[in-house]
Design a protein around this ligand. Sequence first.
Ligand code: FES
Length: 384
Amino acid sequence: MAPPGPPLWLLAELTYRCPLHCAFCSNPVDYARHDAELDTAQWRDVFTQARALGAVQLGLSGGEPLLRKDLETLVGHAHGLGFYTNLITSGIGLTDARLAALRVAGLDHIQLSFQDSTRELNDFLSSTRTFDLKQRVARLIKAHGYPMVMNCVLHRHNLPHVGAIIEMALEMGAEYLELANTQYYGWAWENRQALMPTHEQLREAEAVVNAYRARIGNRCKILFVVPDYFEQRPKKCMNGWGTTFLGVAPDGVALPCHAARMLPGLDLPNVTTRSLREIWRDSDAFQRFRGTHWLPQPCRSCDSQAQDHGGCRCQAFLLTGDAAAMDPVCDRSGEHGKVMEIVLQGRLAEAQARTREHGMVFRSDGNSLRLSSEAGCAGRKSAK
Ligand code: FES
């Protein structure tokens, strides 16, 4: 097989610590079992190695990356290497002084998350009182002259508010608005029945987005991605496994996708024991699903394989128990009925729920430890 191209996008998950408790957090469900963090020198070394491999974009994420006191030092190092740096934050801890220091260090871009356009739902979904603080942080980010992406994860509770969320982004001067419909991995998988929207909600929200796009043009670019469960063809997840994306977890585990930690039988390498070059080019974890040679039938004979590379490995595992299976989102899969069943169960759960909290599991250390011990170990649990 030809050697892979460079990992253009490096995602540094600096810490799993976070002041929020979102029910759709993308951190692994068993995050509380992994509390080790690389130190400053180790992260600097990761950045240096990644840049030498050809990485150009660096996402600084978490948890909440602002909980790292060395964030400015790390940004300064990455900037010096020539990375385009993006801070992915809840905004908690982003003070005027830190914004100024990050500016001096060379930070290029900030992505600020909101959970909703209303204080009440924003604070419910994150299990914190942070809406007003986030509003103040958004104003500070613009006062410091940063380009800003506002990010809002969508699901059945806030899809009816899409118009108000767009208005909020416009009022804050966001250049981009990422309306990220929930994908069902990690904590969102645990909460799939409590979060699953309906087809009607998605259709209505998309119509609102399209009307705004026509009206506002380039003033704010709006991204709206339909959740996989409502598609007939799978996506080329991570732009193809091991082609573009390289994640590094707080403890140095290297990830071909942000959710890969839950996949059984995948021996994920660690940056503290192997070079990034070796990990990217030669490790079994990064090679396992790279390209299309490994595809099962009928994907191997399908003329869409170059477009989707067989879909998402994590979704295949969660829905079938086999990470090497065809992604059941594809309606040519014999398991596609499982996707439709989960969508239907979501509708039934909504009809039966007496309160919004019903069936919702918020991210917390206690829930993390409980769920991961129920799953046997490492939080690996599929629907099979
Ligand atoms: Fe892991 Fe799609 S999220 S391959």
